[in-house]
Design a protein around this ligand. Structure first.
Ligand SMILES: [Zn+2]
Length: 343
């Protein structure tokens, strides 16, 4: 399963294609500052895309400081194969988060992988993939987390930088709402309200640390209704969607059809929180601030980042110190992470 052997040399060297190289201003990190991280070694997996049903092989590879998360389509030759994972490259948010570059080359369903990378604090990685969609695996971030843990992480010389939220930014769309407000570390609160017995009203509060991400949300799977799965299949989408990679709710809304039931009592809102971690990772750097989503999804999460970056007074780049991480860990230890209001 591990390492597909896709030749690294088939890609331009970092920097030759306009991707960031290590900058001289990051030659040394001040003490107390966090350093950027990449993978210790390359690692691969094989799976099917949720929507295309296509079998794909994906390799995560170490990358130089300040590269960020960069997808590379190994089935496409030339410079058009490179797609940086940034909010400005988001091209479709209807069923998942897709990114594409100026040549129209893209990758679908990146959010669960992005969440795993952000949750584990991976700053720089090349994601080499030989098809148009990240494999769905089991519908959660857990298999990607496992890959990252198998590869291991290594610190780089460059200091980590974060986006500090300076003022409230909000996007409202009918009864959906997404808000960023200033805070001492990165935390998320997500609320959902589905008028069916199997889901109901649920709320999740997550101060983001590697351990809180792993323990509280990484295993939460994507979900849908039986009729949606049938409609997607009829439209030629969701071809890879099965009970093995999604929680499927019966049409009457009363129960889940998966034999093993739920992984968490409130798996639905935990998955929406996981999605928000992945979507907000497209900011390009960790966020210092609080996210609040009410019935939020991929579309409004991306609109929120666009609203944030459209307002130059709403954010600033700062070195990420240990203090912010400690603040998150203290919150995580003190406060109940997840509360199901009425599931
Ligand atoms: Zn999802």
């Amino acid at each position: 399963m591990f390492d597909s052997g896709v030749p690294f040399e088939s890609f331009p060297a970092p920097g030759s294609d306009g991707l960031a190289q290590q900058s001289p201003i990051f030659a040394g990190a001040p003490s107390g500052a966090q350093r950027q991280k990449t993978l210790k070694s390359a690692i691969s997996c094989t799976g099917v895309g949720l929507h295309s049903g296509a079998k794909v092989t994906m390799s995560l590879r170490p990358a130089a400081p300040d590269t960020g998360i960069v997808f590379r389509r190994t089935d496409i030759t030339g410079g058009g194969a490179i797609i940086p994972a940034l909010w400005s490259n988001v091209s479709d948010t209807r069923l998942n988060t897709s990114i594409s570059n100026s040549k129209g080359v893209g990758v679908h369903t990146i959010e669960h992988l992005m969440a795993a990378l952000a949750g584990m604090g991976v700053d720089n990685v090349f994601v080499d993939i030989n098809g148009p969609e990240v494999p769905v695996m089991d519908g959660s971030s857990a298999p990607f987390l496992f890959l990252i843990e198998c590869a291991g992480l290594t610190e780089q010389h460059a200091p980590r930088r974060a986006i500090r939220i300076l003022k409230r930014v909000q996007v409202v769309d009918g009864d959906r709402r997404a808000t960023l407000t200033p805070g001492s570390s990165f935390s998320l609160r997500v609320e959902i309200d589905f008028p069916v017995e199997a889901i109901g009203r649920q709320e999740c509060y997550l101060p983001l640390t590697a351990s809180s991400f792993k323990e509280e949300v990484s295993r939460a799977r994507t979900f849908g209704f039986e009729r949606e799965v049938a409609a997607m299949h009829a439209a030629g989408l969701g071809k890879g969607g099965t009970l093995d990679n999604a929680v499927v709710i019966a049409n009457d809304g009363e129960k889940v059809l998966n034999e093993g039931g739920l992984r968490y009592e409130d798996e639905f809102v935990r998955h929406k929180t996981l999605d928000a971690v992945g979507d907000l990772a497209l900011a390009g750097a960790p966020i210092i601030g609080h996210f609040h989503g009410v019935r939020s999804g991929h579309a409004i999460n991306n609109r929120l980042l666009r609203a944030l970056f459209a307002d130059r007074g709403a954010w600033t780049m700062v070195p990420l110190g240990d203090a912010e991480v400690q603040a998150s860990a203290i919150f995580a230890a003190r406060r109940p992470l997840v509360a199901a209001i009425s599931a």
